[in-house]
Write a protein that binds this ligand. Structure first.
Ligand SMILES: [Zn+2]
Length: 371
């Protein structure tokens, strides 16, 4: 799709403004469909709140998030449909179901079979017609149940449980490696380097190491293709992967930007992936401990690769290409080997019981390959 930004105008801009206005993000209702300063500020505010990349540009991901944001729970009747309902109303329903102890999976805002099963469960438990449709009766029940019934965030416990059940051994696990961008989309560029090529190389190094310790490794793309992030997430879901590692390199907005950051799923208001957070934190710590990259810490995001995947997922932003030092490091194959090693160790540590987990920066693999 076309990107919309400061200075653009037309019906699509009017559409964007109508949504922003509905969310109370514009100081006043715009008279002309012009992407002005106020619209730019509102888009950035929206992106900030949503855990999207804050660039003031309405691209596919921000556009879809805006479309989803139009719906409040109760605006329409929700049920399982061939073209699934997508929107904030669905996400709210999923969060309520999760709070009440019904396994709706991740609050991804897509009404799928799992959401329907959870909804039927709720309906049965509360003596409603168990038809899997969120209509007036179910909405009334949800309202009466209030917001005070909050259990132990069951999906969080389920994720942790699944992690333990799957055991500490790496052989047999399925890891999806997702080198960002690809094909004609070269991603970030700077100091003569291209993100797409770096992350492909890193993925190859990691693939070799994971395969060597018995992990089944799948790549979301070859060198010539660039699937959407939603397609990449779907690929991981279809593969029934245990983990998704999405590899990126940042550009940086100024030559002073530098360092590495790790991202996991989280909305910033309660709905997050704890295993994803643990994975992000282990990768971040191992990479920082084994390299001299600046630690830009871990953060929650709702990017599609994190939100639409059903397993713990991580997105790594490894260094900034317009930073001289980061670029020099990334250009060095030995450095990329070290990073691959760090990620491999982090993956193994994720599955190790606490009593076997070694301190950061010291573990070598395959130490535990035959656990
Ligand atoms: Zn990228």
């Amino acid at each position: 799709m076309q990107l919309y930004r400061l200075g653009d105008s037309g019906p699509a801009v009017a559409d964007v403004q109508a949504t922003l206005d509905g969310l109370g993000l514009l100081p006043e209702r715009p008279v002309e469909p012009v992407f002005d300063e106020a619209t730019d500020r509102a888009v950035r505010e929206f992106q900030q709140r949503r855990g999207l990349s804050v660039d003031g540009i309405v691209g596919p991901e921000t556009y879809r998030a805006l479309a989803a944001a139009r719906w409040r729970l109760g605006d329409r009747i929700l049920s399982l449909a061939t073209r699934p309902f997508v929107g904030d109303d669905v996400a709210t329903l999923q969060e309520r179901l999760l709070e009440l102890g019904f396994d709706a999976g991740r609050a991804d805002g897509v009404f799928g079979p799992r959401t329907e099963r959870a909804l039927r469960g709720l309906q049965r438990e509360y003596g409603l017609l168990s038809d899997g449709t969120c209509g007036p009766a179910t909405l009334r029940a949800l309202k009466q149940l209030g917001r005070h019934v909050t259990g132990g965030r069951p999906q969080v416990m389920r994720e942790a449980e699944a992690l333990h059940r799957s055991g500490a051994a790496l052989p047999g696990k399925v890891v999806v490696l997702d080198p960002g961008h690809g094909g004609a989309d070269r991603g970030a560029t700077g100091n003569g380097l291209e993100e797409a090529a770096i992350v492909e190389d890193l993925a190859a190094r990691l693939e070799g190491r994971l395969t060597a310790v018995g992990v089944r490794t799948l790549l979301t793309r070859g060198p010539d293709s660039c699937p959407t992030d939603a397609d990449r997430a779907q690929f991981a879901n279809d593969a029934g992967a245990d983990l998704v590692l999405s590899l990126h390199v940042d550009r940086g907005s100024s030559p002073r930007c530098q360092g590495v950051a790790s991202y996991h799923f989280g909305t910033g208001h309660g709905s997050s992936s704890t295993v994803g957070e643990k994975l992000a934190s282990l990768v971040q710590r191992e990479v920082v401990a084994r390299t001299d990259l600046l630690d830009c810490r871990i953060h929650e995001k709702t990017w599609e690769i994190l939100r639409l995947t059903r397993m713990p997922a991580l997105r790594l932003e490894l260094g900034h290409l317009i930073h001289r030092g980061d670029a020099a490091r990334l250009a060095d194959p030995a450095f990329r080997d070290t990073v691959a090693e760090a990620i491999l160790v982090a993956v193994q540590r994720l599955y190790l019981p606490p009593d076997l987990d070694p301190p950061t920066g010291v573990m070598r693999l395959p130490t535990f390959a035959d656990l």
